[in-house]
Ligand binder design. Sequence first.
Ligand code: HAM
Length: 415
Amino acid sequence: MQSLRGTKDILPQEIHGWHIVEDRIRYITSLYGYRELRNPIMEYTEVFKRAVGEDTDIVGKEMYTFPDRGGDSITLRPEATAAVVRSAIQHNLTAQQQIARVYYSGPFFRYERPQKGRQRQFHQFGCELLGASSPEADIEILTLAHDFLESLGIKSRELHINTLATPEIRQLFKQELISYFTAHLSDLSEDSQSRLQSNPLRILDSKHPGDKALSANAPRMQDMLDTESKDHFSKVLSHLDSLSIPYTVNPLLVRGLDYYSHTVFEFTSTALGAQDALGGGGRYDHLFEHFGGKHTPSIGFAFGIERLLLAMSAQESISEAPKPEIYVIGFESEESRRAVISCAHALRTLSGKQVIVDVQNRSLKAQMKEADKLGVKQVVIIGPEEALHDTCIVKDLSTGMQHTKLMTELHNMFS
Ligand code: HAM
């Protein structure tokens, strides 16, 4: 039996990197006052259809959707923002003009072709700032994301940013794009030809060489911006400038989800290969209304945790996992083995250190060898003789120095 294609067991020898990322998530979100929201892993299919958009790849091709035994259509969440908004409305998180700052991390599911940095079950960490429309809200989200990547030591990264303006302007822009690309229809990739009417914006971030060449000369949203969108975007950029956060304005950045307006952004890394997005996000000012809620302008981002780990290990910024500190060794007699169990128990409680004991009745030599292999700092040997006299030998493995101690002295040493 094997795990499903595109899913991975995260093994004990890999978990340390995950714990580093999870610690940083807790730390950075607490600095900014974000609290965790844990949504269910499945939702009614409608939640994602309505938010992400029927014409997107996610909804059209990638969702794990199935009827449950009661006949409801259920989907394993492909992203979090739709579910966050569903639950914010359901639980009134932004009642009376309140702002909600939430974060999440956990598994997500997309039926994509697996490759480096792309899985069918993957993990995201994301933040959502619900209920604020100001450029300062955008900057809070962008600096939080920036600080998080800094704290992980991911240096090989770029921030790409763009504005998708208002839905009305986007509609006009779509029409312009449709006319432009229709005039060059035969040069478009098959994929883009099929998207032309439903989602022409996505052609702009196609990786197909023919599409790319056409997109370079396509109409630009920048040339159609209204004053409000222009002002909003230039304020965001000027805040980034004053914080010395480097960025590139990328007019071809459109993102693959339909709910965005105004600011959109992506963090990429050269350490990743073809799937180079560490994470992305943007403003979604009209999503609450789509769900029948009141107008609640919001902004957020999500990072792919597997991709963060790939970028971290490419530049070797994952520190070594902590090693056990003490190995308590007993052998031969029943008294010796008993003394080891109670000594190890007392040391764990008194010192809070990681203490390992043998549970396979192995010889002194085998246990010493294991202690060495594990990289422990100290061994405590309670052989048959020591057990009779309530003593032990404490040996420092780095210096080779050893001393005989009374058990009471040993306890004092570690308390
Ligand atoms: P997204 O760009 O679809 O945005 O996903 C965010 C990140 O999740 C990607 O940049 C990537 O690192 C990771 N990711 C996505 N699919 C996969 C996959 N198949 N395998 C591995 N990693 C993957 C969203 O999901 C939005 N909800 C972000 C957002 C939050 N916008 C506003 N708030």
